[in-house]
Design a protein around this ligand. Structure first.
Ligand SMILES: [Zn+2]
Ligand SMILES: [Zn+2]
Length: 480
């Protein structure tokens, strides 16, 4: 990162840095590259799916692991009695293997939201392996691409391709390695725990996914087969489906309190299903924060686990964005929503688009029967409103053809904010002379940005700031 901000005419990064960056294309020597993969040959995903070739598009290994094995587990469960001890152990082990993914794969390795000592890293890599969702290295690489290229074609599990695709369709079908956005994982390649887990991944999966839960239930209370089916296979199925929800449900269900330009959303149901990963709109805005839920009452057991590890001296450097930064995002999103609502309302013709009238012309037109009233140099046609005026017809008619600024602003009656808003919808012109200076001063303020403008360039009118509202000088008001 450059130590200072680039100025105009300067590149943000030095050209030497750019040329030293690796090519976005994967090298054939990369360890997670399938041996049969040849970057020169067209990939199967480049040919359309037909009746003759559909099976070539399917990733059969993943279909076996994600659909076939759980199906076998479900069927076997019919004949396998579920013992209480096995059930409790399966739930506990479900949480630990889930935390391996959320606290380990996701927050520690993909986002480096905190640092962990060797014992915790070994523990997370082991139980995370027991969730059977690929190695840390593979998972974190894809997840970094997901954050970097959210909702684009380079996002490995873009929800724009459908909810089921983002859930597990992306794993059941073959993916073109050239399509997935490249990310830097050099830090992961330097972590011996990650490298070792990647190298011996299959052994880790069999040991932590199946052997360990079978042995615990078998040696513990003699339930070998129950341990294998419930704490092994079916527990893997539930952990997989739960954590897959981070890619599907968290991009589909809920609110967007921080930014609505992309799909991530916050929802308590997603949080309940995913061990606290459900505040996903926050997470995509502040990915390196060790928390997903920032309020104490929101459900984020992954955060509680990391915090507990810190108290035990197993984790350190927990990253947290400042409340000021988080609030800025929240307020900007609120403002955006407000602007969108505001844009749907009629605020009257902007002053600078109104025709300029001479004072004499204004008086003449009023005399000739047009119900025109000038307030603060702005001319309003109140013809259709005279009969509805809450203060009576006589009162409003007495202002026609005159400068009603003082009358309107407290001389006769201090009109409400709503009255100023309503008046603005009746604008038909501005007067040259009179309060002219006041109006042009205001339009200049707008040009200088002193009057707030919404994102689409429309002027934002705060309560009490219609140009017809003349703010009284408190000193002279007090003296009067
Ligand atoms: Zn996401
Ligand atoms: Zn993430």
């Amino acid at each position: 990162m450059p130590s200072s901000q680039p100025t105009a005419g300067h590149l943000a990064v030095k050209p030497e840095y750019l040329s030293s960056q690796p090519s976005p294309m994967a090298k054939a020597s990369e360890p997670n590259r399938s041996k049969s993969y040849d970057p020169k040959k067209p990939h199967i995903t480049e040919t359309p799916i037909t009746r003759a070739n559909w099976y070539k598009h399917v990733n059969w290994l993943n279909v076996t692991l994600i659909v076939g094995v759980p199906l076998f587990g479900c069927i076997s469960a019919i004949w396998t009695p579920l013992r209480l001890k096995t059930a409790i152990f399966a739930v506990v082990y479900y949480f630990f293997t889930g935390l391996g993914i959320t606290a380990g794969y996701h927050r520690l390795w993909a986002h480096t939201a905190y640092s962990a000592g060797l014992p915790l890293r070994i523990f997370l890599a082991a139980v995370g392996g027991g969730a059977v969702e690929g190695s840390v290295r593979w998972w974190a690489r894809d997840h970094r691409a997901h954050h970097r290229y959210t909702d684009t074609d380079k996002d490995p599990y873009s929800v724009r391709k459908g909810l089921l695709y983002s859930h597990f369709g992306w794993m059941l079908m073959k993916q073109n390695p050239k399509r997935i956005g490249r990310t830097d994982i050099s830090d992961l390649n330097e972590d011996p725990v990650v490298v070792l887990q990647h190298r011996h991944y299959l052994k880790v999966v069999i040991l932590m996914g199946l052997i360990f839960p079978t042995v615990v239930a078998g040696l513990g209370w003699g339930d070998w087969w129950g341990g294998y089916i419930y704490a092994g296979i079916l527990r893997i199925f539930f952990v997989q489906q739960a954590t897959f929800c981070v890619n599907s449900l968290a991009h589909w269900l809920g609110d967007q309190p921080f930014d609505d330009r992309n799909s991530p959303r916050d929802h308590v149901i997603t949080a309940l299903v995913t061990l606290g990963e459900g505040y996903h709109n926050f997470h995509h805005e502040f990915p390196s924060d060790y928390r997903n839920a920032i309020e104490w009452h929101q459900y984020d057991p992954t955060k509680w686990f990391i915090w507990t590890c810190k108290q035990l001296g197993l984790a350190y450097d927990l990253k947290q964005f400042k409340a000021n930064e988080i609030e800025k995002g929240r307020v900007q999103q609120l403002q955006k929503k407000l602007d969108q609502k505001r844009a749907k309302l009629d605020w009257g013709v902007p002053l600078d688009q109104l025709p300029v009238m001479e004072w004499d012309d204004y008086v003449d037109q009023a005399k000739n029967g047009r119900a025109l009233i000038a307030v603060a140099g702005v001319v309003h046609d109140v013809s259709n409103f005279v009969k509805d005026h809450p203060g009576g017809k006589a009162m409003i008619s007495s202002g026609i053809g005159k400068d009603a600024t003082a009358m309107f602003n407290g001389g006769v009656y201090m009109h409400s904010n709503a009255a100023h808003n309503l008046l603005s919808t009746m604008r038909v012109g501005v007067i040259r002379g009179g309060c002219e200076v006041e109006i042009w001063k205001r339009s200049q303020m707008a040009a200088k940005g002193e009057i707030l403008q919404s994102a689409d360039g429309e002027r934002i009118i705060r309560a009490g700031s219609q140009p017809t509202k003349i703010v009284q000088n408190s000193e002279s008001a007090g003296a009067a």
